[in-house]
Design a protein around this ligand. Structure first.
Ligand code: PGA
Length: 256
């Protein structure tokens, strides 16, 4: 069975001091669920210190594809690896929409992340207009194909996909569990065509207005393997509650 990954995407929130305060009051004890925190770059070192050798993984929100060079304002995978990051979010819809990242850019970032033995969390998802035009399947398939072109075939467990419908991000509108599952199943089929049996080991997170009150039903879906949480991860109590709900979903699943 896949171990769900619940990751906090803090976006452009929290200074190093605020990060320390969050981690001082954030306590999770769970083997059933893996937990990761993605603070902004300036807070990564502080988070690494606070997390120490504990079970919570450190994640970055972005990376540049090149190992070094004249790229003012950018951050390389070597820098993130040295800070102790285990995961790197690539191709978040905000990066695609606001910073012009194409599938090709995302594929090159993915290659850099896997090349350094870190694990990319590759985001895909349709806009409201695309959903209303009945194009969700095509859009997600195309993003997935284009963005994971460079993914290692021999290590499917070193790849995480996050399905985040753009209309659900930060909007308070969550996809229903059934609707999310439909797209997750489509993603799993697509991965099967590329990775064969290995696709069963690839975790597919759901993201978009995940909250304590919807996390359990989402986590109970067969192809939803955790969550990528924005707004609701900024508060330690709220984020812990989401983790407990996903944990409960896993426990229910293993009883059935
Ligand atoms: P949200 O963000 O939980 O605030 O909707 C999720 C994300 O963008 O990763």
């Amino acid at each position: 069975m896949r171990r769900p990954l619940v990751a906090a995407n803090w976006k452009m929130h929290k200074t190093p001091r605020e990060t320390r305060a969050f981690l001082a009051s954030f306590r999770v004890k769970t083997d059933a669920v893996e937990v990761a925190i993605a603070p902004p770059f300036p807070a990564l070192a502080e988070a690494a210190r606070s997390l120490g050798d504990g079970p919570i993984a450190l994640a970055a929100q972005n990376v540049h594809a090149e190992p070094s060079g004249a790229f003012t304002g950018e951050v390389s995978i070597g820098m993130l690896a040295e800070l102790g990051c285990r995961y790197v979010i690539v191709g978040h819809s905000e990066r695609r929409a606001l910073f012009g990242e194409s599938n090709d850019t995302v594929a090159r970032k993915l290659a850099a992340v896997q090349g350094a033995e870190l694990v990319p969390i590759v985001c895909v998802g349709e806009t409201l207009a695309e959903r209303e035009a009945g194009r969700t399947g095509d859009v997600v398939r195309e993003q997935l194909r284009g963005s994971t072109e460079s993914a290692r075939r021999d290590a499917p467990e070193r790849l995480v996909i996050a399905y985040e419908p753009v209309w659900a991000i930060g909007s308070g509108r969550t996809a229903t569990p059934e609707l999310a599952q439909e797209v997750h199943a489509l993603i799993r089929r697509e991965l099967r065509a590329r990775f064969g049996e290995g696709a069963e080991r690839i975790r597919i997170q759901y993201g978009g207005s995940v909250k304590p009150d919807n996390a359990r039903a989402l986590g109970a879906q067969p192809d939803i393997d955790g969550a990528l949480v924005g707004g609701a991860s900024l508060d330690p109590a709220g984020f812990s509650a989401i983790i407990r709900e996903i944990e409960a979903a896993v426990a229910e699943e293993s009883r059935t």
